[in-house]
Design a protein around this ligand. Sequence first.
Ligand code: BJ8
Length: 426
Amino acid sequence: MSNYTQMWSDLGLDLQAHDALLSILGGAYQDIFLSQKDRPEGMKYFDFVMSEVHGLRIKELMDAKAQGRMVVGSYCVFVPEEMILAVDSVSVGLCAGAEFNFEGAEEVLPRNLCPLIKSAFGFKRGLVCPYVEASDIIVGENTCDGKKKAYEVLSPMVKDLYIIDLPQMKSDTGKMLLREEYRKFIKKLEDVSGRKITFETLKKGIELTNAKRKAVKRLAGLRKADPAPISGLDALLVNQVFFYDDPVRFTTSVNTLCDELEVRVAEGKGVFPKNTPRLLMSGCPMAVPNWKVPMIIEGSGAVIVGEESCVGERGTQWLTDDNGKTIDELLDAITERYFKIDCAVFTPNPSRVDHVKEMYNKYNAQGVIHYSLQSCHPYTVESGPAEALLEEAGIPVLRLETDYSQEDAGQLKTRIEAFRERIETK
Ligand code: BJ8
């Protein structure tokens, strides 16, 4: 990596802590990703992105800011990237997936909060995330109680925290609330950026975001093949980079990767032998660098063939209809699109289980691993009924609840191996 010390210092990072974080990340990446066999050549681009995730990409953000563009950070797939692009701003995902500075987080938050929230606070309070520090606006959202209340604590720590209120039920009034909130969000973006959203810029924002989604959907479709042409770890990485990278470059790179995978599929080549047990992941999002469970699964002789998650298909499966003729019609289409997201904060939330079933069949999976982060009430509570419904439909389920530490790695491995044996003998 080039020397970005001055840039990090200008952003106010704690350089020593940041160096320590990068060194842990680099080591983990080497062990988990670069040690995989028969990786597609197209993953080299994503290796490069990860090697420069706090370097070149941040430099790009700083260059964009110098040209008068805003950086907008967010923690949830309910924040419409289309709108951020429509004011010529840069959208970055901020969800943190590492157990870093939890002591610092626990000084201002309860200990028994989900690790995703604690990680975001650990990064902020430890001054190690250049994305947070580069953000002109950070967008929070009223989803789970943990995030909703934690944003109150975060607000005085950041430059400009804006909250989108979200409905909790898929009702007509819920949809009206979402539409109104998105209208207010447009106003906020316009006020801070000093740019007006026009029909043309919003349509362009939709097209760019849809292109990204189409590319990752194409990648998902290729994972139907047996042998799997790409590991679940690498596919997860692509879905993680989705939130950070330049949208046009990301789309091109995913499509290049897909071109290569199409050849692999045609030639019957894969990263695991044919008939390797195939698993679907479902549950909480896995933010960078939360790779623990996929690493254990694929190290245990199974392959992950899909992710029913916000870092995965829950976040990307729907396109936004771009046929509207006015800004209002485009806003309606955006609202329709986002209102379909079946996050467990909604009650009831039946379409999520339907989607798991659909993915299970589509990707020829043999079992589902339901993944909940500890203290995540929405997904942990939903996991029981979800398991019952899936098992009733003949779909084997393993429910896991874990955090970002490595302490339970041995126990997880034992349970995952037993589950793999169960689906192999089915
Ligand atoms: S749309 S899943 S990205 S809220 S894991 S913080 S729910 S306690 S991340 Fe999410 Fe948006 Fe929903 Fe998706 Fe709370 Fe659970 Fe923690 Fe979570």
